[in-house]
Design a protein around this ligand. Structure first.
Ligand SMILES: [Fe+2]
Length: 351
């Protein structure tokens, strides 16, 4: 036959358990009365704040645990709650700056609840020191930033190798990258897409590495055979970039940047929506820079002439929105010869 365990004093047992719970908690638990005075302080709070319980009991939370710059806000919040019952912080988990014994501050996650054991409310704050978590997050962010910076520098280095073989296009890919990213930003595309357009444009002509140097630098009008040779750079670029698992369509940008909406482009003769939006934008930027730069096989024309020729083909060859964004930039004083990649540094900052 089952027997009941010895009952003892139930009231004492529950308060003993409660005390054990509070004392063994890993979170600091600080209780405050309606006047902002500390009335309970568990061992975890002693460890987090560096005070012994006896040093803080009866003292104001604002003086002991809250950094000077936050004290007024704390007092105002408490007074507001007592007057209106409005719970701005209560019942939510929030991040705050807390203050240790000695005055140093640290990031903390706190959750405050209010109970009313008597007429006046009592506030219980559960506090967690999140310094380590913040440092870890900061390190991860730093690491991601370094990786992105290294990626950008690597792509810039790759971009330059093409230009060493093709000195007439020195700076072309960087100018196209700047213009294309500026257009994409003006078109209010998401940051990730702008980033892909920027990096893709930076190496869109990488396939020219496979085109004989004498074709790239031969003066005069190119023969059809040479033009066909030049056209292989799209496929070659795609082959070089495809094995790289970029989070952006970098290889497709290299492949499609000479496609036209009406299918008259190369190498695949894609039409309209078959062409990636990223490639359509890089295409427009590429054409503007190519037309306004001197090449051995085609002398430069003025920006004015280039823009007229661009708008004449808007909708047939070129994406209308991309052309409009491009025209708008130049109307606003954009200078393609003054393109500064540093201005776009935000592109490689982790979000
Ligand atoms: Fe190209």
């Amino acid at each position: 036959m089952e027997t009941d365990p010895p009952s003892g004093n139930k009231q004492d047992l529950s308060s003993e358990w409660l005390q054990l719970l509070v004392d063994s908690a890993l979170d600091g638990i600080v209780t405050m009365d309606a006047y902002g005075r500390i009335i309970a302080f568990n061992p975890a709070a002693e460890k987090i704040f560096g005070y012994r319980r006896s040093e803080v009991i009866g003292k104001r939370v604002s003086e002991k645990l809250i950094p000077r710059e936050w004290r007024a806000a704390h007092k105002k919040g408490l007074a507001n709650f007592l007057a209106t019952g409005e719970k701005k912080i209560i019942g939510r988990r929030i991040e705050v700056e807390a203050m240790r014994c000695g005055g140093s501050t640290f990031p903390a996650e706190i959750e405050v609840i209010s109970i009313s054991p008597s007429k006046e409310p009592v506030f219980i704050a559960y506090i967690r020191d999140i310094s380590e978590r913040k440092e870890w997050a900061e390190e991860r962010l730093q690491y991601a930033e370094n990786i992105k910076r290294t990626l950008l520098q690597t792509l810039l280095a790759v971009s330059k190798t093409v230009e060493i073989r093709d000195p007439y296009t020195a700076g072309h890919q960087r100018r196209v990258a700047h213009l294309a990213a500026s257009m994409a930003r003006a078109m209010e595309l998401p940051d990730e897409q702008v980033e892909g357009i920027f990096l893709g444009a930076l190496i869109h002509d990488i396939g020219k590495i496979a085109v004989p140097a004498e074709i790239l630098s031969r003066p005069g009008k190119l023969q059809e055979e040479d033009i066909n040779y030049l056209k292989i750079h799209c496929h070659k670029g795609y082959e070089i970039l495809k094995p790289v698992d970029f989070p952006w369509p970098i290889a497709q940008i290299a492949l499609q940047h000479h496609e036209h909406l009406d299918g008259s482009g190369y190498p695949q003769g894609l039409q309209g929506g078959e062409i990636l939006p990223e490639a359509r934008i890089v295409c427009v930027a590429d054409v503007v820079d190519a037309m306004t730069s001197h090449r051995p096989y085609s002398p430069a024309i003025s920006l004015q002439e280039a823009l007229i020729s661009l708008s004449a083909k808007a909708g047939s060859w070129y994406d209308t929105d991309a052309v409009e964004a491009c025209m708008e930039l130049f109307r606003g004083g954009y200078r393609i010869d003054a393109a500064n990649l540093e201005e776009l540094a935000w592109l490689i900052s982790p979000k």
